[in-house]
Every structure is written in structure tokens, then in C-alpha cells.
Design a protein around this ligand. Structure first.
Ligand SMILES: Cc1cc2nc3c(=O)[nH]c(=O)nc-3n(C[C@H](O)[C@H](O)[C@H](O)COP(=O)(O)O)c2cc1C
Length: 304
């Protein structure tokens, strides 16, 4: 009998879709049926993002509120393996993906199923993945693998190139900055994961509900970013609450708080962020073992 794989994702600019296309390129086989479905928000998110709307999505992202999405039509419940592709919005799975994960349909499709998560984002995904793991557990899915791709240029350059891309649509290299987004070559090489999954499915290995993508360089955690991510997540939660209390979505009251938040954020980027990088470098040798252990934990289940 043919094996059935469901790929479910939400990609706004198409980058994650390109990752998925490459990831599953070598998964196809006459014995494997691949069903690809995208999550469709009832109200489309704009691209490029208007400045205020970009920040208006912060509270709903951080608090996993979701949004209204279309029901996925003609979908089975008996997949052998599910791949969930998601991007990160404010250190959380994007709003449309959170909406799907909280839907009745997700419960029906994912219960007891082995799930591979595939993340494509700037470079801060650890806490989003913790939230995703919790949502998967809540609906009884079995998380077996995680693959992560992050933007080129590292965390400092992408702090400039990604917002530029999201707010203007410009992806090109400029000044001394590389192009925005994930390196295309890195994306193309994700076909190795599909290839491995095909082999595993043919050998019924997915039935063991254990990792299938070990030793393929699926995930690499930068330990120096863990603390920064935790601090930023706490700050998002605080400001998210303030923006929510201020008023309805896209209201003028929210815009006022967002303006204050943006000034605060800019001052952080120019003061606390560089200071934090220096401090992390200094304390790293003293916390090396602890950080290495955390890296190992966040790299589970697939590992480096
Ligand atoms: C509102 C918003 C917030 C984002 N927040 C984060 C973040 O916290 N961490 C991160 O690594 N990337 C973040 N990103 C980048 C996305 O994860 C992703 O790389 C980018 O939006 C392109 O994805 P696409 O395939 O949907 O076009 C954010 C993007 C958007 C639109």
C-alpha cells in the first residue's frame, strides 16, 4: 500500500514554500503520495508589511491567539507522516500556523501521527519551537524530527536585512549587507531530508515514531543566542500585553503604544544589544558547559 505524507505550511513571501519544494523533491516516489496543503488566513497578511500592521501582529503572535483560517478541504486523517513547515513571528509559530494548531481539524489529522517540523526564519526560533512542541503534545501528535534553516549573514546583519525586506520588499544585497533571507544553496540541499524520509518510509521506520533525520545537520543551535532570545520573549510578552490593553487591532490607541515600543526597541538595538554581545563573549568561557548542554537540548530530536 502507498505511504501517505501530508505537508502543511504557511508561507507569506514564498520563501518557506521554496524550502518545502526542495525538502520534498526527493521524497516523491510511485509508492509515496505527498499531499501538500497551505494554511489560508481568511484575511490575507500584506506584503510588504505596512509598518504599524507589522507590529500590530505582535500580541496575537506571542499569545498564540491565531486568526480565522479557511478549513482545509478533502483532507485525510490517515497519513503515515506529517511535515509541518512554519515560520517564526515574534518568537512564536506564525499566527496562521498557531491558528491551525489550535483547530479541531489539527486534532483530527495529527493525533498519534509522527510529525516532522521544518522551520525557516531569521535566526530566533528556539522558543517558537518550544511553543510548537507544547501544541503538538496537547493534540497528541508525536514530534519525531526538527529541521531549521536560518537567514544568511548571522544575527546582526539579518536584524537589518530582514526588516528591510519585510517592510519594502527589497531582498538584494546593499552596502556591506548580504541579500535578505536564507541562502538558496542551503535551501537546495534540504533535499537530503526528503531522500532520507523516503528511505525510512519504504522500510516502515516511521512506525517506530523515533527520529529519522539524525546526523544530517538538521539543526544547529547557537548557544550565545539562547539568553538573548529568552530576554526578548519576555519583553515581547510585556509589550504584547500593553498593546492588547491599549485597544482593538489596528486602532489608533495601539499605534500610540507601538510608536513608544518602536523607540524603545531602537534604543535597545543600539545600546543593550551590542552590550549584550560583549557580555556574552566575556561570560561564555565560564558558562560553556551549561550553554553546551542547552544547545544539545534545543537541538533535539534530530540533532546536528
Ligand atoms: C511579523 C513577523 C515577525 C517575525 N519574527 C521573527 C522572529 O521572532 N524570529 C525570526 O527568526 N524570524 C522572524 N520573522 C521572519 C520569518 O520567520 C520569516 O523568515 C520571513 O517572514 C519569511 O517567511 P515566509 O516564508 O513566510 O515568507 C518574522 C517575520 C514576520 C513577518
Amino acid at each position: 500500500m502507498k505511504k501517505k505524507v501530508l505537508v502543511i505550511y504557511y508561507s507569506q513571501t514564498g520563501q518557506l514554500k521554496y524550502v518545502i519544494d526542495n525538502f520534498i523533491k526527493d521524497l516523491y516516489d510511485e509508492e509515496i503520495l505527498v499531499d501538500i496543503r497551505s494554511i489560508k488566513p481568511k484575511k490575507k497578511y500584506p506584503f510588504p508589511w505596512p509598518f504599524y500592521q507589522f507590529f500590530d501582529e505582535l500580541p496575537e503572535s506571542v499569545y498564540l491567539d491565531g486568526c480565522k483560517i479557511e478549513k482545509i478541504e478533502d483532507i485525510d486523517k490517515d497519513y503515515d507522516l506529517v511535515i509541518i513547515g512554519y515560520t517564526v513571528w515574534y518568537m512564536s509559530p506564525s499566527i496562521p500556523i498557531a491558528a491551525f494548531m489550535k483547530s479541531e481539524q489539527a486534532k483530527k489529522i495529527l493525533k498519534n501521527k509522527p510529525v516532522v517540523t521544518l522551520v525557516a526564519c531569521r535566526d530566533m526560533w528556539i522558543l517558537a519551537q518550544e511553543k510548537m512542541k507544547k501544541m503538538l503534545k496537547n493534540i497528541g501528535a508525536v514530534h519525531i524530527d526538527n529541521v531549521v534553516l536560518t537567514d544568511r549573514g548571522g544575527s546582526v546583519a539579518s536584524l537589518v536585512t530582514l526588516p528591510r525586506f519585510l517592510w519594502t520588499g527589497k531582498k538584494n544585497a546593499f552596502l556591506f549587507f548580504p541579500p535578505a533571507g536564507i541562502d538558496e544553496k542551503k535551501i537546495e540541499k534540504t533535499s537530503r531530508f526528503g531522500k532520507r524520509l523516503k528511505k525510512a518510509l519504504k522500510n516502515n521506520e516511521e512506525k517506530r515514531k523515533k527520529p529519522l533525520l539524525k546526523n544530517l545537520g538538521a539543526v544547529s543551535v547557537n548557544g550565545k543566542l539562547i539568553a538573548t532570545e529568552k530576554i526578548a520573549n519576555r519583553s515581547f510578552k510585556f509589550w504584547g500585553k500593553l498593546i492588547k490593553i491599549a485597544g482593538k487591532k489596528y486602532s489608533i490607541q495601539r499605534k500610540i503604544i507601538i510608536t513608544i515600543y518602536f523607540i524603545f526597541l531602537l534604543s535597545l538595538i543600539f545600546t543593550v544589544v551590542p552590550l549584550n554581545i560583549i557580555i556574552r563573549k566575556i561570560v561564555y568561557p565560564f558558562q560553556k558547559d551549561k550553554i553546551k548542554a542547552m544547545e544539545k537540548y534545543y537541538e533535539l530530536p534530530s540533532g546536528r
